[in-house]
Design a protein around this ligand. Structure first.
Ligand code: ADP
Ligand code: 5GP
Length: 215
C-alpha cells in the first residue's frame, strides 16, 4: 500500500541554519524528502539560481499567482513576497514523499489552519550570539538588512509555542539526524496510519482463523 507523505513546516530565525539543514537532510535521504522551491520577489543572492533556490518573480507575477490560487500559502517578509507553489507540493505528497516547506511564521500559520495534518518544527539557535555570528558569517546581507532580520526574529520568537516541536541546531550532523527521526516518528503515529492498521488487523484475524482450523 502506497502511503502518502507528510507535510513538514520548518521555520526559524534568519541565519539559524534552516537552508543548511534542508540541504543536508535532502542529500542524506534523497528518496524520502522533497524540498519545495518557493516563489519570491526578493533579488537573488550571489550563487542563487532561478528554479533551484527560488522562483524569482516580479511583484506583478507573484500577485497573479495569488489571484490564480496557485499558492498553498504566502506572506510578506521584510518587504518581499514569499510563497509556496501548490502543484509541486500536492504531487510529491501523493507520490509518497515527505515534503519540506522552509517558510516563515505567517505562512506556517496558514498551513496550520488549512492543512491540519502538517508537522511544524521551529529551528532554534544554541544562543543569540551564535545566531548573529552565523547571520554575519554568511556574508550575504548588509548590516541594515541584518538589523531588519533580527527585528523580525523578535516578532517570530513570540510565536514559537504554535509549533509542534523545537530543534536546536547546534552540531549540524546531530541536528540533521534528530530532525529526520522527529519527522519519521510523527509519520508513524497511529492516527495517520488507520488504513494500514486495519489491513494488518484483518490479515492477522484471517491467519489466526486459518491456524485454528488447521489449514
Ligand atoms: P537560514 O537558512 O536559516 O537563514 P543558513 O542555512 O543560510 O540559515 O545558515 C546561516 C549560516 O550559518 C551559514 O553560513 C551556514 O553555513 C551556517 N550554519 C548553519 N548551520 C550551522 C551549524 N549547525 N553549525 C555552524 N554553522 C552553521
Ligand atoms: P530568505 O530571504 O533568507 O531566503 O528567506 C526569508 C524568510 O522567508 C525565511 O524565514 C524563509 O523561511 C521564508 N520563506 C522562504 N520561502 C517562503 C515561502 O514560500 N513562504 C513563506 N511564508 N515564507 C518563506
Amino acid at each position: 500500500m502506497k502511503k502518502k507523505g507528510i507535510l513538514v513546516v520548518i521555520s526559524g530565525f534568519s541565519g539559524v541554519g534552516k537552508g543548511t539543514l534542508m540541504k543536508e537532510l535532502t542529500t542524506r535521504y534523497a528518496d524520502t524528502y522533497a524540498l519545495s522551491v518557493s516563489a519570491t520577489t526578493r533579488s537573488p543572492r550571489e550563487g542563487e539560481e532561478n528554479g533551484k533556490d527560488y522562483f524569482f518573480l516580479s511583484r506583478e507575477a507573484f500577485e497573479r499567482r495569488i489571484r490564480g490560487g496557485e499558492l498553498l500559502e504566502y506572506a510578506e517578509y521584510c518587504g518581499n513576497y514569499y510563497g509556496t507553489p501548490r502543484h509541486y507540493v500536492e504531487g510529491q505528497l501523493e507520490a509518497g514523499k515527505d515534503v519540506l516547506l522552509e517558510i516563515e511564521i505567517q505562512g506556517a500559520r496558514q498551513i496550520r489552519k488549512n492543512e491540519p495534518d502538517a508537522f511544524l518544527v521551529f529551528i532554534m539557535p544554541p544562543d543569540a550570539e551564535t545566531l548573529l555570528k552565523r547571520l554575519r558569517g554568511r556574508g550575504t546581507e548588509s548590516e541594515e538588512v541584518i538589523g531588519q532580520r533580527m527585528k523580525q526574529a523578535v516578532y517570530e520568537a513570540q510565536g514559537i509555542e504554535e509549533y509542534d516541536c523545537i530543534l536546536v541546531n547546534d552540531d549540524l550532523e546531530a541536528s540533521t539526524e534528530e530532525l529526520h527521526r522527529m519527522i519519521q516518528l510523527k509519520k508513524n503515529e497511529t492516527c495517520r496510519n488507520l488504513a494500514q492498521i486495519e489491513i494488518t488487523r484483518q490479515e492477522i484475524t484471517k491467519a489466526a482463523q486459518e491456524f485454528g482450523s488447521g489449514k
